[in-house]
Design a protein around this ligand. Structure first.
Ligand code: AMP
Ligand code: ZN
Length: 115
């Protein structure tokens, strides 16, 4: 828990979010400014700043996030067409919230390379 972290506040239900997935380690909620028809942020309940700040003991958390994404994508029916998972890291990655999150983007085709 980090006092000044907006995603920790969502985990603690101190601020509202539209939560669509939850297990013991992870929550998934709708992005406030969706860029695709499906745009969900999957985050660990533990405050970790980014992929670059993961420690050896966090491997079960990362696995839980990716499995949660896969389960949720199947549940809402976007698996067949495919989808994109993105985690931005630091300044060049375009990260704006410094609590690890994976964007699940679906419901349309996504081009490559990204901007
Ligand atoms: P990033 O730029 O990868 O750090 O992504 C941060 C994402 O968090 C952006 O897509 C924002 O729209 C989203 N975001 C910021 N604050 C909130 C919030 N309170 N609830 C839902 N999504 C948020
Ligand atoms: Zn946090």
């Amino acid at each position: 828990m980090s006092d000044d972290c907006i995603f920790c506040k969502i985990v603690n239900k101190d601020i509202n979010a539209s939560i669509v997935y939850e297990d013991d380690k992870v929550i998934g909620f709708k992005d406030l400014h969706p860029v695709s028809p499906t745009h969900i942020l999957f985050i660990p309940k533990k405050h970790i700043k980014s992929i670059d700040h993961l420690e050896e003991g966090d491997s079960a958390i990362v696995a839980a996030i990716l499995l949660g994404i896969s389960k949720y994508a199947k549940q809402i029916g976007i698996s067949e067409n495919g989808y994109r998972v993105v985690s931005n890291i630091g300044k060049y990655g375009g990260q704006t919230v410094f609590h690890l999150h994976f964007h699940l983007l679906g419901g349309r085709a996504h081009s490559w390379p990204p901007g």
